[in-house]
Structure formats: C-alpha cells, structure tokens
Design a protein around this ligand. Structure first.
Ligand code: NAG
Ligand code: NAG
Ligand code: NAG
Ligand code: NAG
Ligand code: NAG
Length: 413
C-alpha cells in the first residue's frame, strides 16, 4: 500500500520534472539567422552586417519571413559604395521580405508577379513604394527580384535555397544586392530619428505640431537614444481635444504631452505580454502620471483612469523607438479627475489620496521585455520566460502534492 503510494509520488515527481523540461525545450525553439548562415562561409559578410546593423535580432523576432542573402562578392559591391551604417541597414532590410517564399512558392506565383513588403517598408522610413520588392517569374524557370522603386528591369535572380523552415523563415540566395537609391541615401542613425516628422507623416500631425510648440518636445528628444515608446493620438482625436488642452496651465500642457511617452522601448508584442502600471515621461518621484497597459490578447489599451485609449496603428517599431497611434488623447487623472467628478465632497478627495501614499504601492513600469538589441530579446523569449515561470509554479504545486502524498503514506504506517 505505502509502496504503491510512494511509487505514485515518485512518478509524480518524474512526470512534473519532465513536463518542465518539455516546456523549457519547446519554448526555446526560435530561428537564429546568424546560426543558419554560419554553415555557409560564402555568406559571412552578409551575416556580419546583419549583426552590425542590429537587423539579426529583428529577423529572429519575426515569423513568416524570407531573407534574400547575397554572397561575399555581392556584399563587396555594396561595401564599395561606402554607405553609412544606416544606409547599409536600410539596404539589407530591403532584403528581408515579410512573407514566406521558398523555392516552390517562388516558382508558383499567381499571375507570375507579386509585390512583397519588406522590413525596410516596416521601419516607416521608406516612402511610397520604396519598401516593396517585385518578384517575377521569368522565362526558363528563373525568378527575378527588383525593388519597386528601381524603375523596372530585373535587379537580381534567385540562385538557391539556403534554408527553409516552413512557414517561419526561408533563407534564399539571390544573385546580387537589390539597388535602391532611397535606401542607400545616408539615413539618419536611429538616435537622429525625427519623431515629430514621422508622426506628422503618419496621421498624428496635430499632436506632432502641439509637441513641437512645447518644452515637452525636448523631453521626448532626450529619451530617443535610450529607448522611447510614444502613443500619439490620431488627428481627429487631438483636434477635438485642443480646446481642453488650451485650458491647461503651462505645466499641465507639458505633463499632458509627456504623459504620451514611456521611457522604454516596447514592441507591440511586448505590450501585449505585459499588463500593468507603466511609467510615463511625466512620472515624477511621487509616482504620479502613470497609466495601466491592458490587453485582451489581441488589442492593447491604455487605461488612465479618465480615458481608455486603444492602439490603432504602428507607425514605427524599431529599436530604440516605437510609435503607436491611439484613438483617444490619454488624459491623466492628475489633470482631469477633478473636472470629471463634479462636486467632490471635501472628504473623498484626501481619502482617495491618503491610502495611495500610505500604501506606497510601487508604480513601476511593467518589466520591459529587454528589447535591447545586444541580448537578442524577443517576444518569444518573453513568452518563454512566462511559461517557464508558470512551469516552476506548476512544479511547486506538484511537489506540494507529492509531500502531501508522502504525509498520508506515513500516517498509514
Ligand atoms: C516556428 O515558430 C514557432 C514560434 O516561434 C515555433 O513554435 C515553431 O516550433 C517554429 N517551427 C519550426 C519548424 O521551427
Ligand atoms: C545565434 O547563433 C549565433 C551563432 O551560432 C550565436 O553566437 C548566438 O548567440 C545565437 N543567438 C541566439 C539568440 O541564440
Ligand atoms: C513587376 O515588374 C514587372 C516588370 O518590371 C511588371 O510587369 C509587373 O507588373 C510588376 N508587378 C507588380 C505587382 O507591380
Ligand atoms: C523634425 O522635423 C520638424 C519638421 O517636421 C522640424 O521642425 C524639427 O526641427 C525636426 N527636429 C529635429 C530634432 O531635427
Ligand atoms: C476651460 O476652463 C473654464 C474655467 O475653468 C471652463 O468653464 C471651461 O468649460 C473649460 N473649457 C474646456 C473646453 O474644458
């Protein structure tokens, strides 16, 4: 009897341990472009520049993509142009298609031609059609590639498959670098990204102009390099809000604007996997001016206590800056709570404040998904962390049950 129970307990331990192992190994599986290219020395220069330009972690983070690699000879043609590192990054990001194309799919393109969006297009830096690559089935079983802004003609052709992991990543070799005057033009480094120009060009012009006329703009600028996430209200939302904005004091205006920035770089995936209080650029030592990031798995909302805004669009998501459009102005409770709760009896207000300060609740931002390019962090890693934590918790429960089992076994002795 006891033997059977201890055996069951042992089995439970083994089972929960192997479950933990299974979870850990299965979640650790994500592609690694550096590792894939490592097997082919002919792509060592290409791979080196994916790392130097910090595109490698971006590639590893994404799923359903195609990397068009060129060999070392092709890379020397590119390097001979002596582009800035930003220029090289742009050109190489044009070689990452945001769809899965393996040899078979390339040779079976519907109507013989397709436009593929690239990572260059996704950075928001490409204008017009510059971020798209035209793939065409040619005579004699060839497949041609040309940037949509290259003015016709085939720039490069398919050479061979390097690696295919359906439908996560396909790595193919193409005959030469895809030329793109726009991508090659010396691009500003990430730290010189003009955030107001970006917002103006993508539906947040009113917010950008309001920001430019306020000292808050400097706060945003000084945070660009170390990581910044901006939630910019769309033009309609911001226009409707302007009368209220004009009513604020100078301090209030600055705080309201700074409330729309977080001093860390957060990917959309990162926001989706982190619920909780987040610091803003307006947050001071007293831990005021923070908001709550909430999501239902698909949509991310920002809850201020006065307004709840929804992310409707991604303008930029590229280390170190992310800009998301929101459908409402984020109204901090510090500025609008009083106005929204008319005739507040003198008592409730201090009461509402008192427990807050006495509890000394930590208003810390949710753990940033360590999106620094150096340690190749990605949303998958976050999920892995969480799952691993879950597994640990599960195991603690498992051990509790085991101990309980043994306890009963002893009682029966
Ligand atoms: C594709 O990616 C997903 C998510 O990262 C992963 O679960 C899956 O195992 C990958 N598939 C292959 C064949 O590597
Ligand atoms: C990717 O592979 C390279 C080479 O094998 C390795 O040095 C690097 O640490 C790997 N990156 C990740 C995130 O596993
Ligand atoms: C791609 O280019 C070819 C020839 O340059 C053109 O005929 C075709 O219409 C283009 N495809 C798309 C989708 O733009
Ligand atoms: C960004 O562009 C705007 C025009 O859209 C300009 O007024 C501003 O000075 C620029 N900012 C920086 C930091 O270059
Ligand atoms: C501006 O403030 C005044 C006085 O506090 C108030 O009467 C008015 O409604 C406010 N306007 C807006 C648009 O909030």
């Amino acid at each position: 009897m006891q033997l059977r129970q201890t055996a069951a307990a042992a089995a439970a331990v083994v089972l929960s341990l192997s479950f933990l192992l299974l979870l850990l190994t299965s979640t650790a599986k994500a592609h690694n472009i550096t590792h894939i290219l490592e097997k082919n020395p002919e792509f060592s220069t290409f791979s080196h520049y994916l790392t130097v330009t910090q595109l490698a972690p971006e590639i590893n983070r994404r799923e359903t993509i195609t990397v068009c690699a060129v060999d070392n000879a092709g890379m020397s043609d590119l390097l001979a142009k002596h582009l800035s590192i930003g220029g090289i990054r742009n050109v190489l990001s044009l070689h990452v298609l945001l769809d899965y194309f393996d040899a078979k799919k390339l040779h079976q393109i519907t109507d013989g031609t397709a436009l593929a969006a690239t990572m260059y297009q996704a950075t928001g830096e490409a204008t017009g059609s510059a971020g798209f690559v035209n793939i065409t089935d040619l005579k004699g079983g060839k497949v041609g590639f040309s940037p949509q802004d290259s003015g016709g003609g085939v720039s490069a052709t398919f050479v061979k498959t390097v690696e295919a992991i359906p439908y996560n990543i396909s790595v193919i070799q193409i005959s030469s670098i895809l030329p793109s005057p726009e991508a090659e033009a010396p691009a500003p480094g990430p730290s010189q990204t003009n955030i107001t120009a970006l917002m103006s060009a993508h539906g947040c012009k009113v917010f950008a102009e309001t920001l430019l006329a306020n000292p808050a703009e400097q706060t945003f600028e000084t945070n660009v390099e170390s990581g910044l996430t901006i939630f910019c209200p769309g033009d309609d939302a911001m226009k409707g809000f302007l009368p209220k904005f004009k009513n604020l004091t100078a301090d209030g205006k600055q705080s309201l604007l700074e409330f729309h920035g977080m001093p860390i770089y957060q990917t959309l995936q990162g926001l989706k996997s982190s619920n909780g209080l987040a610091n803003t650029l307006a947050t001071d030592g007293a831990r005021r001016y923070d908001f709550t990031v909430q999501n239902d798995g698909t949509e991310v909302t920002i809850v201020t206590g006065v307004a709840t805004a929804k992310i409707t669009n991604t303008l930029v998501e590229e280390t170190p800056v992310a800009i998301y459009q929101v459908n409402k102005v984020l109204m901090p409770k510090e500025l609008f709570k009083a106005a929204l709760t008319p005739t507040p009896a003198p008592a409730p207000a201090p009461e509402a404040d008192a427990p807050k300060s006495s509890k000394k609740k930590k208003h810390k931002s949710p753990p940033a998904p360590s999106d620094s390019p150096a340690d190749s962090p990605d949303a998958d890693a976050d999920v892995a962390d969480q799952t691993a934590n879950g597994a640990v918790r599960f195991n603690a429960g498992g051990f509790g049950a085991v101990i309980l089992c043994m306890w009963f076994a002893f009682l029966q002795l």
